[in-house]
Design a protein around this ligand. Structure first.
Ligand code: F6R
Length: 619
C-alpha cells in the first residue's frame, strides 16, 4: 500500500510542489519507507526522491530546489518489489531522455516477463521495482502514439495484478493520466485545478468535491477538468460525491480509528499477499530465496518463531503445513526459543513471522537458529526491516502499513503467506498434497470476498459488544485451527478492552477450565464446519452443550447453514463456508470486531492501548 498524489493547476496561487508535499504528508500513514516527487518543468521532468521518511525528501528538496511547474506527482512508498532505497523510491522515469515519470501503488504480477522482454530490446533499469517496467513501457508507447491517454490504454492491457498508475510526460505539461485496477484512486475537483489521490486525504485541504473511479478506468486530468475512459477505450463516467470528512478522518478513510480501517482492509491484505505467487506454469514462487530448492527438499523439521498475534498465525499454519508437507512443525514463542534447547541443524527450517520485522525477541531467535546451522525464512510485512535482512529467504506479506497497535490485517496476511509457503514446500517435495496446491490457491483467492461478507454482517456483533461493556471476563474456545483463533480473540480483548480473557482448546475444558463456567459467563465458541474430519464439528457442538448446561452465555461462530448449533447458542454469528484449514481467515474477523467495539464502548483508545508499543524492540 502506497500513497499517491497528483496535481495540475493554473493561476490558482497553489504550487504543485506544495500541494503534492502536503498531500504526501497526509498520506504518509499509507507507506513511509521512501518518498518522491516529479514536476513537469520547462526543461523536462525534474524529480527528487529519497529513502526513509518524508522528512528526508524535504531536506533533499531544500538542498536542491525544483524548478517552477504547473503539474506534479508524488509518492510515499511501502515497498513490495525491491527494498526501500533511493533507487527504488518512486517516481520512476521512462522513455527517451527520461521524458516520462510514473508513480505506482500495487503489484504488477507479470513484471518479470515484461522486464525480460524490455531487457532483450536493450532497455536498462535503474531499480529493482515492478514500477519501472510500467514506466519504460509507457515511455515507449508515448513515443509511438504521442498521446499519454492512448499510451496508458495500451500499457494497462499488458499488465496483470493490482495497480494504480499516475504518469506525466515532458511533452504534455498540464496533464496527468492515471489508471486503476483493484487499487484505489480518487479525483479531486477544484476551480482551475484538479487533483488525484489514493484517497481523499491527498487533497482534502483544497477541495471536498471528489469523483470515484470504477475498476479498469483511465482518467486524464487538466486544470480545466477530467475525462474518463475504460481500459477498453469506451467512454466512462465516475461517481461524483462531496467529502464530509475532516482531514484527520480522511487519513482513516472515514473510519473512527486506524484499527477499524485496518480490519476493513483485510480483504485487500489477503488478496495482495496472494498476488504474484504463481508463475506462467501455475507453479508457486516466493520472494527473495537464498536457499536452494535442494536444501528445502531436505528439510525434515520446521520451527516457527514469533510472538503474540504472529505466533497465533504460526500455530494456525502448523496444522496446514504439517497436513500438506508431512514435515513436523513446532511453534515456539520467539522469546522461549533459545531457552528450550531447540533441536536444530542444517536440515531444520526456522520460519519467523513478524509484521514489523523488528521484534527483538524474534530477531534473537532467528540469529540463534542461524548459529545452530538452520536455514531461516522470514514472513514479514516490512521491506528493509532487520529480520528479513538476517534471514536466508523472505516471503513478504502485502498488508500495507499497520498503524493501530493491535494487529489485525497482518494476522490474516501472515496466515495467507504461511499457507503459500506450505503449498510451495508441498509442491517442491511432491507427494500427496502437491497436486492440491492449485485448488487451495483458488480457494484462497476467494477468501477476500468472503471476508467482505463477514464484515458486511457485523451489526449484531457490534451490538453485543456494546451490551457487554461491563463484562469482567470472556472465554474463547476452539479446536484444531479454531484453537489459535480462540487465543487470538482473547488476546485482542485483553489488549484493547483490558478485560480478562482466555482462549482454550475446547477439548481441554473438561480437564479443568470448565470450573470457570458460572451463570452468565460469556463464552465465544469457534465451530468447525460440519465437513471437518474426525467428527470435530459434533465434538464442538457437544462442548457448547456442556457449557450451556452450566449457565454459560454462548456466542457461537458457525458456518452458514450449520443448524446443529442453534439449540445451544445464545447468539449465532455466521461466516461463509470454507474448507476447514481456511476457516481462521473468516472466524477471527467477528472476534476483532467484538474487541474493537467493546473497547470503544468503554471509551478506551483503540489504536494505542495502554502499556503497549507497536513494535517491541527490547527483549
Ligand atoms: C497483538 C500484537 C502483538 C504482535 C507481536 C509481534 O495485537 O500486535 O502481539 O503480534 O508483538 O509483533 P511483530 O509481528 O511486529 O513481530
Amino acid at each position: 500500500m502506497c500513497g499517491i498524489v497528483g496535481y495540475v493547476g493554473r493561476d490558482t496561487g497553489s504550487t504543485p510542489l506544495d500541494v503534492v508535499m502536503e498531500g504526501l504528508a497526509r498520506l504518509e500513514y499509507r507507506g513511509y519507507d521512501s518518498a518522491g516527487v516529479a514536476l513537469v518543468t520547462e526543461s523536462g521532468i525534474d524529480q527528487r526522491k529519497r529513502a526513509g521518511k518524508l522528512e528526508n525528501l524535504r531536506t533533499e528538496i531544500a538542498a536542491h530546489p525544483l524548478a517552477a511547474s504547473s503539474t506534479g506527482i508524488g509518492h510515499t512508498r511501502w515497498a513490495t518489489h525491491g527494498g526501500p532505497t533511493d533507487e527504488n523510491a518512486h517516481p520512476h522515469l521512462g522513455g527517451e531522455d527520461d521524458a516520462l515519470a510514473l508513480v505506482h501503488n500495487g503489484i504488477i504480477e507479470n513484471f518479470h516477463q515484461l522486464k525480460a522482454q524490455l531487457l532483450d530490446t536493450g532497455v536498462s533499469f535503474r531499480s529493482e521495482t515492478d514500477t519501472e517496467v510500467a514506466a519504460q513501457l509507457l515511455g515507449r508507447e508515448y513515443a509511438r502514439t504521442g498521446d499519454l491517454t492512448a499510451a496508458m490504454q495500451s500499457v494497462v492491457a499488458r499488465l496483470e495484478g493490482a495497480f494504480t498508475l499516475l504518469a506525466v510526460h515532458r511533452d504534455s505539461p498540464g496533464t496527468i493520466v492515471a489508471a486503476r485496477r483493484n487499487s484505489p484512486l480518487v479525483v479531486g475537483v477544484g476551480d482551475g485545478e484538479m487533483f488525484l489521490g489514493s484517497d481523499v486525504a491527498a487533497f482534502i485541504g483544497h477541495t471536498r468535491q471528489a469523483v470515484e473511479l470504477e475498476q479498469d478506468q483511465i482518467v486524464t486530468i487538466t486544470p480545466e477538468g477530467y475525462s474518463i475512459v475504460g481500459f477498453d477505450g469506451a467512454p466512462g463516467q465516475g461517481k461524483p460525491y462531496a467529502v464530509t470528512w475532516d482531514a484527520a478522518a480522511a487519513e482513516k478513510g472515514g473510519y473512527d480509528t486506524f484499527m477499524e480501517k485496518e480490519i476493513h482492509e483485510q480483504p485487500h491484505a489477503v488478496a495482495d499477499t496472494l498476488l504474484g505467487r504463481t508463475d506462467e506454469d501455475g507453479r508457486l514462487v516466493l520472494d527473495d530465496m537464498r536457499v536452494s530448492e535442494d536444501e528445502l527438499r531436505a528439510v525434515d523439521r520446521i520451527y516457527v518463531v514469533a510472538c503474540g498475534t504472529a505466533a497465533y498465525a504460526g500455530m494456525t499454519a502448523k496444522y496446514a503445513i504439517e497436513h500438506w508437507t508431512r514435515i513436523p512443525v513446532e511453534v515456539s514463542l520467539a522469546h522461549e526459543f533459545r531457552y528450550c534447547d531447540p533441536i536444530v541443524d542444517e536440515r531444520t527450517l526456522v520460519v519467523s513471522i513478524s509484521q514489523s520485522g523488528e521484534t527483538m525477541d524474534t530477531l534473537m531467535a532467528v540469529k540463534h537458529a542461524r548459529e545452530l546451522g538452520a536455514r531461516t525464512l522470514s514472513i514479514c510485512n516490512t521491506h528493509g526491516s532487520t529480520i528479513p535482512r538476517e534471514s536466508d529467504a523472505v516471503l513478504y506479506t502485502h498488508a500495507g502499513p499497520e498503524i493501530a497497535v493491535a494487529s489485525t490485517k497482518a494476522f490474516l496476511a501472515q496466515i495467507t503467506a504461511c499457507y503459500v509457503l506450505g503449498l510451495y514446500l508441498a509442491q517442491l517435495r511432491g507427494g500427496t498434497y502437491a497436486d492440491d496446491a492449485a485448488q487451495v490457491m483458488q480457494e484462497l483467492r476467494g477468501i477476500p470476498e468472503k471476508i467482505e461478507q463477514v464484515l458486511g454482517s457485523m451489526d449484531r456483533v457490534e451490538e453485543i459488544a456494546r451490551f457487554m461493556a461491563d463484562t469482567r471476563s470472556v472465554l474463547f474456545l476452539g479446536r484444531h485451527v479454531g484453537f489459535p483463533v480462540a487465543m487470538e480473540g482473547a488476546l485482542k480483548l485483553k489488549e484493547l478492552a483490558y478485560i480478562h480473557a482466555e482462549g482454550f482448546a475446547a477439548g481441554e475444558l473438561k480437564h479443568g477450565p470448565i470450573a470457570l463456567i458460572d451463570a452468565g459467563q460469556p463464552v465465544f465458541v469457534v465451530v468447525p464446519g460440519p465437513d471437518t474430519p474426525h467428527e470435530l464439528h459434533k465434538k464442538v457442538v457437544s462442548n457448547i452443550q456442556e457449557i450451556r448446561a452450566r449457565g454459560a452465555r454462548t456466542l457461537v461462530i458457525a458456518q452458514d447453514g450449520d443448524t446443529d448449533v442453534e439449540p445451544f447458542a445464545d447468539e449465532v454469528i455466521r461466516i461463509p463456508h470454507t474448507s476447514p484449514l481456511l476457516q481462521p481467515l473468516l472466524a477471527v474477523v467477528p472476534l476483532q470486531v467484538f474487541a474493537l467495539h467493546l473497547s470503544t464502548a468503554k471509551g478506551l483508545d483503540v489504536d494505542q492501548p495502554r502499556n503497549l508499543a507497536k513494535s517491541v524492540t527490547v527483549e
